[in-house]
Design a protein around this ligand. Structure first.
Ligand code: HDD
Length: 711
């Protein structure tokens, strides 16, 4: 026993030293070191079979050069066998994803609320892996579909794995895991034709939503800008359920987890999102990868809403109901620490695809609530991993190993990697001094919060769960006018995709319980009779729900700017803006007619290869001849591409900048369509407009330009 304690003490010291040391370059990051042991680099080596024979694997072994291939060709058999088995089942949900490594550091010692060590040691960096995902699409589906996104974080703490498997929306569609398969079956492609891919804009989804009004609150979130983020670096994350934090004295607080992005929040317009799907199906994946690759590491603050145990019943909603959020006006967030994503994966499959997140990966000091959705998840995730990984030993994969040593009596199974020494695989035992030994909660073992439970065994739910509409209304009321418009447009589009009038009518009926005006605005566009008013909107709002009102980033790092060029453009101006933006950390790109050198500008993309929707902003330099080319279509652009750059940037409410004659091109492109000049920055030269352009880039979107069909 003493030997064990000594070993574990030494291990703790080693881990502590490692943590203090690991710096921004990831040196001494224990997870990096662990993964390194499994990494393979083929560069500069000779080809071998999987069993080590050096080979020529280009030609199969044949009976004569023109003859049939021989069965004895073990090299070919092995290669083809492996290829035939390369695919594993994609995730049942959240199949499309992108991941990155990073670290988490608490701001201070949070011992007052939790025993979790990684939240109590401000000088400790805990390695982290985050996987973002869409929910409904297949693994190859486009990034910018309208859907909820997953925000799943794994903390490799020195006390084991903690997975916070959350979403970018605060509530969830259904409150009971029993309904999860129905929800997903309704939302996934319809089973007869297997269409449509990656979204809820179809009949079965709205048939289900209309029958099950508890979904409405989350439908609103998904149909608002939250469902089409601009970038995965600009999303909030939510743990959704109520969890418990338990401190060393055994005191428990209920908490709701949040991730607050320091890059600000932003979303696309639906028109834009659809076009991006065609122009760059991997838009979000590329955006995250490029930012990290360029050293622009995205950051989020981990925040919690803390609710004392005794306040459990003081809300109008049940804390264990995941279709409800705790309004930040009632319980503000406390920021615990910061997450930084600073390392891309080496291999997508080994890391992002094989990570097996699980809400039941909890560490001491963090516990679950009785939320019936969470309770079901605790069963589901392990089960699904067996299906995907085909072995109960998936936790031995490099990405899934905790950084602390693992000791228990679990043995064997497919693909066992460990070689266990000795003959004892049971407890209690005398032959091994009763080791691996049990660890009680007061000695550092996991704390099961001793909640008192009593009740009758029965199906159903408590009374507060039946209020389906108050929080949907609170969400709607808390949006800005432009955000309401986007949500309404989304609802018109999605519900209108249902051919069944009955589905459309039932859905309008459900929305009418939230707000009659809202229901009527949608109804009149989708051929549903306008419903009678049945409820008064109490006009209650809360903070923290509007994207537009979320604090902006403080700089313009990573903002992408297309600089439109043509032969004859003022190259000095173009270069001046390029250099200003680069110095500020933005990503400017010269767009031209042909790739390569154009009068000293390095044209890296053309009007053929790119489009306005792929950028955050557009800039047009002066230069009479160049502007003539763009304005008079001298190159016979097949689809007026340069003009469309400006038109779409305007419609999508993005900053547009122009200097000297460039302004004329902007005026020409926009013709008389301008309803607001917000975010259009014009002047004689870069030095004159640069500050205003920077401010516009920080602002990111100018919603005053959005067409509002109802004031
Ligand atoms: Fe789930 C994956 C998030 C309810 C069953 N879920 C999965 C992922 C995320 C979420 C982010 C992808 C993890 C990764 O990147 O590897 N799921 C949620 C949230 C929920 C939720 C925020 C509600 C609050 N999920 C939920 C329920 C069930 C599942 C109620 C089943 C009863 N979820 C799964 C799953 C998945 C999964 C089928 C698919 C792949 C996987 O687990 O690893 O087990």
């Amino acid at each position: 026993m003493k030997v064990n304690l000594l070993i574990s003490a030494v291990f703790s010291i080693v881990i502590a030293i490692q943590h203090i040391a690991f710096a921004d370059d990831n040196s001494n990051d224990p997870k990096v070191e662990q993964m390194e042991q499994f990494s393979v680099c083929n560069a500069g080596h000779e080809e071998t079979t999987q069993f080590g024979q050096r080979i020529n694997n280009t030609d199969s072994l044949k009976a004569g050069l023109g003859g049939p291939t021989l069965l004895e060709d073990f090299m070919m058999r092995e290669k083809i066998m492996h290829f035939d088995h390369e695919r594993i089942p994609e995730r049942a949900v959240h199949a499309r994803g992108v991941g990155a490594h990073g670290y988490f550091e608490p701001y201070t010692d949070w011992s007052n609320i939790t025993a979790a060590k990684f939240l109590r040691t401000p000088d400790t960096r805990t390695p982290v892996f985050v996987r973002f995902s869409t929910v409904l699409g297949s693994r190859g589906s486009p990034d910018t579909v309208r859907d909820v996104r997953g925000f799943a974080t794994r903390f490799y703490t020195e006390e084991g794995l903690f997975d916070l498997v959350g979403n970018v929306v605060a509530p969830f569609f259904v409150h009971d895991a029993m309904k999860f398969p129905d929800l997903i079956h309704a939302g996934k492609p319809e089973p007869d034709r297997e269409t449509p891919q990656a979204g809820t804009a179809h009949e079965t989804a709205y048939d289900f939503f209309a029958e099950f009004p508890e979904t409405l609150h989350t439908v609103f979130w998904a149909l608002s800008g939250r469902g089409i983020p601009n970038s995965l670096r600009q999303v909030e994350g939510f743990g959704v359920h109520t969890f418990r934090l338990i401190n060393e004295d055994g005191v428990s607080h209920f908490v709701k987890f949040h991730w607050k992005p320091l890059q600000g929040l932003s979303n696309m317009l639906w028109d834009e999102a659809q076009k991006v799907c065609g122009k760059d199906i991997d838009f979000h994946r590329n955006d995250l990868y490029n930012a990290i690759d360029n050293g622009d590491y995205p950051e989020w603050e981990l925040a919690v809403q803390i609710i004392p145990e005794e306040d459990e019943d003081k809300f109008d909603f049940d804390l264990t109901d995941p279709t409800k959020l705790v309004p930040e006006s009632l319980v503000p967030v406390t920021r615990l620490g910061k997450l930084v994503l600073n390392r891309n994966v080496e291999n997508y499959f080994s890391e992002t695809e094989q990570i097996t997140m699980h809400p039941g990966h909890l560490v001491r000091g963090i516990g679950v609530s009785n939320d019936p959705l969470l309770q079901g998840r605790l069963f589901s995730y392990l089960d699904t991993q067996i299906n995907r990984m085909n072995s109960a030993n998936f936790m031995q994969l490099p990405i899934n190993r905790p950084i602390n040593p693992v000791h228990n009596n679990q043995r064997d199974g497919y693909m066992q990697q460990n070689v266990y020494k000795g003959k004892v695989a049971y407890y209690p035992n005398g032959l091994q001094d009763n080791t691996p030994s049990m660890v009680e909660p007061d000695q550092g073992g996991y704390i099961d919060y001793p909640e008192k439970i009593s009740g009758y065994k029965q199906r159903g739910k408590t009374a507060k769960f039946f209020d389906y509409y108050s929080q949907a209304r609170l969400f709607y009321n808390s949006l800005t006018a432009a955000e309401k418009q986007q949500m309404i447009d989304g609802l018109r589009f999605e519900i209108g995709k249902s051919k069944s009038l009955d589905v459309r009518r039932r859905m309008i009926n459900v929305i009418n319980h939230v707000d009659n005006d809202l229901a009527c605005r949608i109804a009149k566009r989708i051929n549903v009779p306008l419903p009678e008013k049945i409820v008064e909107n109490d006009n209650q709002t809360t903070v923290g729900l509007s994207i537009e009102e979320y604090p902006k980033a403080r700089n313009i790092r990573t903002r992408t700017v297309a600089i439109l060029t043509a032969p004859g453009i003022d190259t000095n101006e173009a270069l001046a803006m390029f250099s200003y933006l680069s110095k500020e950390g933005a990503y400017p790109t010269f767009v031209g007619i042909n790739l390569g050198d154009q009068e000293g500008l390095n044209i890296t993309t053309t009007y053929l290869h790119t489009a306005s929707v792929l950028y955050d902003a557009v800039y047009v330099p002066g230069g009479k001849d160049g502007i003539d080319v763009l304005t008079n279509d001298l190159f016979e652009f097949p689809y007026e591409e340069p003009k469309n750059f400006i038109v779409e940037a305007y419609r999508h409410c993005k900053p547009i900048a122009a200097t000297a004659e460039g302004s004329k091109f902007v005026d020409y492109a926009l013709d008389k369509k301008v309803t607001s000049n917000d975010g259009i920055v014009k002047g004689d030269s870069t030095s004159v407009i640069q500050n205003d352009f920077k401010a516009a880039l920080i602002q990111q979107r100018f919603w005053s330009r959005l067409y509002l069909d109802h004031e």
